[in-house]
Design a protein around this ligand. Structure first.
Ligand SMILES: CC(C)(COP(=O)(O)OP(=O)(O)OC[C@H]1O[C@@H](n2cnc3c(N)ncnc32)[C@H](O)[C@@H]1OP(=O)(O)O)[C@@H](O)C(=O)NCCC(=O)NCCS
Length: 439
């Protein structure tokens, strides 16, 4: 599969600034095995990963060929074919409130070789990605981040948080009696054929979720070659309802134990549940596995219902981290793409150092929450007006970040009294935004 975006030429401004530093900026020919292999090795090195095996390269090669893959090369090196910097991007559907979606430019694999760090290469790459996306008419950019210190300067703001859970399984008893349905161990292949369909039904109603590509499912279930230890340890259990229809999966590993064999740790690598029955049954399963003291999970919702399934909420320690960062490029397109909670008239005075989202915008919603957005020369005096940068507008976009917190932190300014409460009420998403994968 090849998409038009994959062939979109690299940004000329970034190409010129990198050329000024003796570096070549260009698209990787993803049909050319040698070039793509060199790029994969650079990407893996950038994230402190291992040198990739042939099997790993083969599966990645098949899995991400469709993306717009970029390298920066320094021709003066002993191995000039290996890029000193990488990115990989594609258009992805991001779910927004109201079970709708927006096309977003997903930016991944941002690496710069430690030998070439802090000379402006990442800045050229990021600004190049944003200009290219805007050029292609894509209204939003997004990424998941290794550090929260890098992307604010490019106009990104954290919009979806994820929780890391640590659960004391000995304290975890359920408020309700065990429900019906059937649990059974299944193979990673079974997961690969059933889970994506279940996930699709969840994705389209959960703001912050994106489509998950087949290679990522294979990596989650341990089917993709790569980390042998992960693959060997991974177990998959499926939940079927009384009618025999699969409604959920849990992918997990049990590690540790030591001399006291009751002291194992169980890591939930993915828990997918289509309904409350499947959700409770799968969590109950992992929390009742024998010889386990602690159950850990990453990338869970910050509003995880599990806490309410348990008699002792304090059995769960949840640590939230910023996970999905958004960057609005086109304000009217982005604000028009989602549904709101009711009627309002809101004015945004948006600043953007890179210019894409700079301006005055009026959002008018009717009582069904359907929006109309316009770029204006002056904001009407009867609107609820806030002044903010594109970072904060991007953080607020999915309705999972409290406006009042940003006002208190000095990140959003109320131009008209009470405006923050109106933005809060209008933007709030009844479904807590959640993204259950990295990209
Ligand atoms: C993060 C990374 C891509 C930065 O690359 P780089 O080429 O050294 O960055 P630049 O020189 O272009 O720096 C651009 C700006 O970001 C800042 N910056 C770069 N890396 C930063 C970091 N890790 N934390 C905070 N600020 C950072 C620079 O100080 C500079 O600031 P300024 O232009 O506002 O003065 C690189 O260090 C890297 O590959 N890290 C490991 C992989 C990784 O974490 N990638 C991000 C994936 S989400």
């Amino acid at each position: 599969m090849m998409n038009d975006f994959a062939k979109h030429p690299v940004d000329e401004t970034s190409a010129a600034s990198l050329a000024g530093n003796g570096l070549r900026y260009g698209l990787v020919d993803t049909s050319d095995r040698a070039s793509f292999t060199a790029w994969f090795q650079a990407d893996s090195r950038g994230f402190h990963g291992p040198t990739m095996s042939k099997e790993q390269v083969d599966s990645s090669f098949a899995g991400v060929t469709y993306r717009r893959t970029i390298g920066v090369w320094d021709e003066n090196l002993v191995a000039p074919e290996v890029p000193v910097a990488t990115t990989s991007s594609w258009t992805e559907q991001l779910t927004v409130p109201g079970s709708r979606s927006i096309d977003a430019w997903a930016i991944s694999s941002v690496t710069v070789s430690p030998t070439h760090r802090r000379r402006g290469i990442a800045r050229s790459l990021l600004e190049g990605e944003l200009r290219s996306a805007a050029d292609m008419g894509i209204p939003m950019a997004m990424l998941t981040v290794s550090e929260s210190t890098i992307y604010g300067r490019f106009g990104f703001g954290p919009a979806v948080f994820a929780a890391e859970l640590s659960i004391d399984s000995k304290r975890a008893t359920f408020t309700s009696a065990k429900r019906r349905g059937k649990l059974q161990p299944v193979s990673p292949s079974e997961f690969g054929s059933e889970a994506p369909q279940i996930f699709e039904r969840i994705r389209t109603s959960t703001p912050g979720q994106i489509k998950v590509w087949p290679l990522r499912w294979d990596q989650i279930s341990g089917k993709a070659p790569g980390d042998e230890d992960y693959t060997k340890k991974t177990r998959v259990v499926r939940f079927d309802d009384d009618g025999g229809t699969p409604r959920g999966f849990v992918v997990y590993r049990v590690t540790g134990g030591g001399l006291d064999f009751t002291n194992h740790s169980l890591t939930v690598d993915y828990l997918l549940a289509e309904n409350a029955e499947a959700y409770e049954a799968l969590w109950r399963y992992v929390l009742e596995v024998d010889l386990v003291r602690e159950v850990k999970a990453e990338l869970r919702s910050v509003d995880e219902p599990l806490l309410w399934n348990l008699t002792d909420m304090r059995a769960v320690k949840a640590t939230p981290v910023d996970h999905l960062w958004l960057r609005i490029l086109d304000v009217p397109e982005s604000l028009s793409a989602r549904q709101y909670s009711g009627a309002a008239r809101i004015g945004f005075d948006v600043s953007d150092a890179l210019g894409f989202a700079q301006g005055l915008f009026l959002l008018e919603t009717d009582k069904t929450g359907t929006p109309r957005v316009s770029s204006v020369d002056e904001l009407p005096a009867d609107a609820a007006i806030v002044a903010l940068s594109v970072n904060e507008l991007s953080s607020l976009y999915l309705g999972g970040v409290a406006v009042e917190s940003l006002v208190t932190a000095g990140r959003v300014r109320e131009v008209t009294a009470g405006a923050a409460a109106i933005v809060e009420r209008t933007f709030h998403s009844p479904v807590t935004p959640w993204l259950s994968v990295w990209f």
